[in-house]
Ligand binder design. Structure first.
Ligand code: MG
Ligand code: MG
Length: 279
């Protein structure tokens, strides 16, 4: 279902503001790198949440999700058929689980927002279809990031994500649904800002990407259908068909000289090479 958004604009930042966002992005990146190692069998999702809160505070930041009305945790932890917005709790992680960890931090008033999907126990512990799902979703994120270009319409991002997943369906032989009910967003002094960033092809070009603008791109992909519902906890989004899901996200700056993936430890150079130009 293509969805038409009202006319939106992308906020322009100064280069110094983008550099300030990189500081928040690094805290999020390092926190997620720590959590990737910590997501081992026997840990609970609440354990991960506590580790993340301590890490962010120890690094001069504060968790941003707690500032979302009604939400009390540092992370969202979404396991297996949970797509996004899973609440950390007593759930024990088991070998082979797919856990998507979404993390946001504020440093000096600026936000970083990123997510990874991890197979508990490592890829060798995962079902082949889950390993493929996690890799295809991450690949689609990077395809979306690569399509972000100053002067070009923002909706090129979602088209690139969708094309990447279409290719992955043919290569891997899995159905792969792209979730359309949740989208990426502008980011800066607030975590969720205009414009919406669809992770799938929509009609039109979308708002024109402006020099020194920042967005969070965050494809969510399932092994089955993309249809979903929210659990009675009013947060956790699960697939209707019970298929597993993955979620990857980066906060990205676009500027005249290229891209800077603010929540990637290497700024994105490892994946996008010459497209990356740190400020
Ligand atoms: Mg996020
Ligand atoms: Mg986000």
């Amino acid at each position: 279902m293509a969805r038409v958004f009202r006319r939106e604009r992308i906020e322009v930042k100064t280069l110094d503001e983008v550099r300030a966002m990189r500081v928040a992005g690094i805290v999020v990146a390092e926190c997620l790198a720590m959590l990737e190692q910590a997501a081992v069998p026997g840990r609970t999702t609440l354990d991960l949440d506590a580790l993340a809160e301590t890490f962010i505070r120890d690094h001069g930041g504060r968790p941003s999700f707690v500032e979302v009305p009604g939400y009390r945790h540092t992370l969202c932890t979404s396991v297996n058929d949970e797509i996004v917005h899973g609440i950390p709790g007593k759930r024990v992680l088991h070998s082979g689980d797919v856990v998507s960890i979404d993390c946001g931090a504020i440093v000096e008033g600026w936000h970083g927002d990123a997510a990874i999907s991890v197979i508990v126990g490592g890829h060798e512990a995962g079902r082949p279809e889950d390993v493929a799902l996690v890799e295809a979703t991450e690949e689609s994120l990077w395809a979306g990031i690569a399509a972000l270009t100053v002067g070009r319409g923002l909706y090129a991002v979602g088209a690139a994500v969708e094309d990447s997943i279409t290719k992955a369906r043919a290569k891997d032989g899995y159905k792969y649904g792209i979730v359309e009910d949740y989208v990426g967003h502008g980011i800066g002094r607030e975590m969720h800002m205009e414009p919406n960033v669809p992770n799938y092809r929509v009609r039109g070009k979308g708002p024109i990407v402006r020099n020194a603008s920042t967005v969070a791109i965050e494809p969510m992909v399932t092994l089955g259908d993309q249809a979903n519902r929210v659990l009675d906890d009013e947060w956790t989004v699960v697939t209707l068909d019970g298929s597993r899901a993955a979620h990857w996200e980066h906060t990205v700056a676009a500027h005249a000289g290229g891209l800077w993936v603010l929540t990637a430890l290497d700024g994105g150079v490892g994946r996008l090479g010459a497209r990356i130009s740190p400020l």
